[in-house]
Design a protein around this ligand. Structure first.
Ligand code: 13P
Length: 247
């Protein structure tokens, strides 16, 4: 496995259920060579998380970027029609897997306990889980953000996780795909809270996600407590993505 702590910044592209073979060919052609120079210094980690159907295609074409899954099965193998296991992801070259994305939690009713099992499965199969947490707008307005995040983190992580094998992504649900983001001070405050105040989760690498684009990415990445970004929509536009990577 990789030593997560050695990375100074981690930029992950979550393509969600978007893309096609044509899109991927164009995207990879247009991904800036500068990106690769950046990555060659070994301290920048760029992760592309395509839909499963395209993972293998990308695995064979990616240079200097890491490959990630968007989800993995609750089970290790067997009669689970439609599922993809952590070991299958590893087999095709994935080193990361997003688990507990808010779209999985809300649309597919994934619980913290299930997220924790998926994180365990990932670690068992040498994959670094990227565990997503985030509050709803209602919870934010009720001043419950820290309480909610603390519970999600404690219940979604497992005993095998440590700050060198697991990444946390803070994605406020109200910021995803909305064009809204927390202020820089709010992001700093929440990341510092997770790093310093939730016992047992000190110094985890924490990515920020939610309406990141080239116009706001530098400001967010420059925050000391932000170790990287988890990008949805803007990662599908290669020009935007190149700009974000040229920080
Ligand atoms: P957007 O960047 O489209 O807001 O999505 C964020 C996200 O959900 C990444 O996992």
């Amino acid at each position: 496995m990789l030593e997560i702590q050695k990375f100074t910044k981690i930029i992950a592209a979550n393509w969600k259920m978007n893309g096609s073979i044509n899109f991927i060919n164009n995207f990879l052609n247009d991904l800036d060579d500068l990106t690769f120079e950046n990555i060659n210094d070994q301290s920048i980690c760029i992760i592309i998380c395509p839909p499963f159907t395209y993972s293998y295609l990308i695995a064979n074409k990616l240079k200097n970027c890491y490959l990630g899954g968007q989800n993995c099965s609750l089970f290790l193998e067997g009669a689970y029609t439609g599922d993809v296991s952590a070991s299958m992801l590893y087999d095709i070259g994935c080193q990361f897997c997003i688990v507990g994305h808010s779209e999985r939690r809300t649309i597919f009713n994934e619980t913290n306990n299930e997220v924790s099992i998926k994180a365990t499965n990932s670690l068992k199969k040498n994959i670094h889980p990227i565990i997503c947490v985030g509050e709803t707008l209602q919870q934010k307005n009720d001043n419950r953000t820290k309480e909610v995040l603390s519970k999600q983190i404690r219940e979604s992580m497992n005993d095998d996780s440590n700050n060198d094998n697991t990444i946390i992504a803070y994605e406020p649900i109200w910021a995803i795909g909305s064009g809204l983001t927390p202020s820089l001070d709010e992001i700093e405050d929440i990341h510092n809270f997770i790093k310093n105040e939730i016992q047992g989760y000190e110094n985890y690498k924490i990515l920020y996600g939610g309406s990141v684009k080239s116009a706001n990415s530098k400001g967010i990445l420059n925050l000391d407590s932000v170790d990287g970004l988890l990008i949805g929509g803007a990662s599908l536009n290669v020009d935007e993505f190149n700009k974000i990577l040229s920080f």
